[in-house]
Ligand binder design. Structure first.
Ligand SMILES: Nc1nc2c(ncn2[C@@H]2O[C@H](COP(=O)(O)OP(=O)(O)OP(=O)(O)O)[C@@H](O)[C@H]2O)c(=O)[nH]1
Ligand SMILES: [Mg+2]
Length: 488
């Protein structure tokens, strides 16, 4: 097996794991409305953001090997274009668009992970499209080209909330490139804030790459250093951090050669020293499937962790409810006996002398009548009070003894309240215990295996063939994944 296939099989196994073990539970408890895997089962995604004319579309065209996206000096493209692989009906001798779909299709077809973007309205739908292209570059990933950021145009002018769209797309992307060009190295705010606000800080660092593009347009090495310095300064102002995130340097050779008017040494002699940077960036984009695996591993860990905590809390609630039921049944029973006893004593004290047999029947009758009244009317009231009380003290259902548990609790608390309100405690504890074992197993063992597999991948070379059965015990374990047998 080759590394690429290894990554692919791990990807489908992880999706199967989520589909089989986490999604049914997530939907059952209202943790998620749609299957969890809906947003992650499509191809690895690379999102390209940046200022207008920073060269996003030109760079994409260079990677694809043909002019697929429109390019130009003025703000050129006001659409979000998903570019994915499409097989031509008959063999083609060049790269071209083999199929095109509009936003409506893309937002409504559940095969694609974009249904969450429906909320951005019709203006956005009109600016969203899909292109299928037969480029080998797209074999294992899809790219999203975006409209450039325009400092002078506000969100309202676009007719949809641009920053929120970027945020939603970044959430489902595996790599986010933010492009700058030497002319506008100072305009980073819009890109930065939309990403910072929508991606958790760890995800932000994992996923976002800053790129200084069009470096061939700097007149000299010194000019390039000045531009680089300006960009670093602006980024550090935005991040508020002293360490500067790495910035990749690149340019599109096609655009560069088209513009070339003379002596390369005169203005761009430094470029040859930076070609390795361009290669690195391309390699990094092609590594999107591996990034996807990292994200999937985090995804499995996060959701299985939260679901474990969620079920643990519901089991806690159910146990309290059981205790409450035992207690109130006992109260009903003994108060019934008491009522029977008091009635008999009352009859005796009132001098109503019935024979002992009739007295016993009367006492027992009153006791049973009381128990029926208790269970039909009083018990329900007590149960309602118990539920109200439980919801008031919801934070006490499980120990919140460290920050991780406090964070997961915040993410699931409302779901738990909703589920208790909906079911009023009418659910099976036995079934829940079984589900608990499943998600806990995925959380503990599944996540460990996935991390081991990821470490293994990082040691493999791109074209290295290896034998799964002997070289990759981790993969075979995941492939054979079965949750533990349950001891009821
Ligand atoms: N010299 C040089 N010119 C470039 C480079 N990349 C892009 N250009 C030129 O810059 C202009 C803008 O490029 P686009 O690819 O359209 O930029 P964009 O970021 O997609 O712009 P919008 O879609 O409007 O946001 C075009 O005229 C390109 O030919 C580059 O690396 N070097
Ligand atoms: Mg463009």
């Amino acid at each position: 097996m080759y590394r690429e296939n290894y990554i692919k099989s791990l990807h489908s196994e992880l999706i199967a794991l989520v589909e089989q073990y986490l999604s049914p539970i997530a939907i059952k408890y209202g943790y998620s409305q749609a299957p969890l895997e809906a947003n992650i089962k499509w191809r690895p995604l690379v999102l390209i953001l940046g200022n207008y004319s920073s060269g996003k579309s030109t760079l994409i065209n260079e990677y694809l090997g043909e002019k697929i996206q429109a390019t130009g000096q003025a703000p050129t493209d006001d659409s979000f274009t998903v570019i994915t692989y499409g097989k031509p009906d008959a063999p083609l001798d060049r790269v071209k668009v083999v199929d095109e779909r509009d936003g409506k299709f893309l937002l409504n077809d559940p095969e694609y992970p974009f249904t969450i973007l429906k909320r951005h309205g019709e203006r956005f739908t009109a600016h969203f499209r899909l292109k299928k292209v037969n480029s080998p570059f797209l074999k294992n990933l899809a790219i999203i080209d975006t409209p450039g950021m325009l400092d002078s145009i506000t969100e309202r002018d676009r007719g949809y909330n641009y920053q929120e769209v970027i945020g939603d797309l970044a959430q489902i992307s595996d790599l986010v490139l933010v492009l700058f060009d030497p002319h506008k190295a100072g305009t980073v705010r819009e890109a930065y804030t939309s990403l910072r606000d929508t991606l958790p800080s760890k995800t932000f660092e994992d996923r976002v790459r800053f790129v200084l593009n069009r470096i061939d347009e700097c007149t000299s090495m010194i000019d390039l250093l000045k531009v680089y310095g300006t960009l670093c300064w602006n980024l550090s102002q935005m991040t508020g951090r002293k360490d500067i995130p790495p910035i990749r340097l690149t340019y599109s050779s096609l655009a560069h050669h088209n513009k070339q008017t003379g002596d390369e040494e005169k203005n761009g002699g430094y470029l040859k020293y930076l070609d390795n940077q361009r290669e690195d960036l391309k390699e990094e984009i092609l590594e999107a499937p591996r990034h996807r695996l990292d994200h999937l591993a985090t995804f499995v860990e996060t959701h299985s962790g939260r679901l474990t905590h969620l079920i643990e809390a519901l089991i806690g609630y159910k146990k309290n409810l059981r205790q409450f039921k035992i207690k109130s049944t006992a109260i009903g029973f003994f108060s019934g006996l008491l009522a029977g006893g008091i009635s008999v004593t009352g009859l005796l004290a009132g001098g109503i002398g019935l024979d002992p047999y009739t007295m016993a029947i009367a006492g027992a009758g009153i006791a049973v009548l009381w128990m029926i009244i208790f269970h039909s009317f009083i018990f329900d009231r007590l149960k309602q009070a118990f539920n109200r009380n439980s919801l008031k003290q919801i934070d006490q259902l499980t120990p919140l003894d460290n920050q991780t548990r406090i964070d997961t609790w915040e993410a699931i608390k409302n779901t738990i309240v909703g589920f208790i309100q909906k079911t009023k405690g009418d659910f099976s504890l036995k079934q829940m215990k079984r589900e608990y074992k499943d998600v806990k197993f995925v959380f503990n063992e599944g996540s460990k295996d996935i991390r081991e597999a990821l470490n293994e991948i990082s040691t493999l070379k791109k074209d290295q063939a290896f034998d799964v059965s002997s070289d990759s015990p981790v993969l075979s374990r995941i492939l054979k994944f079965e949750p533990m047998e349950l001891d009821e």
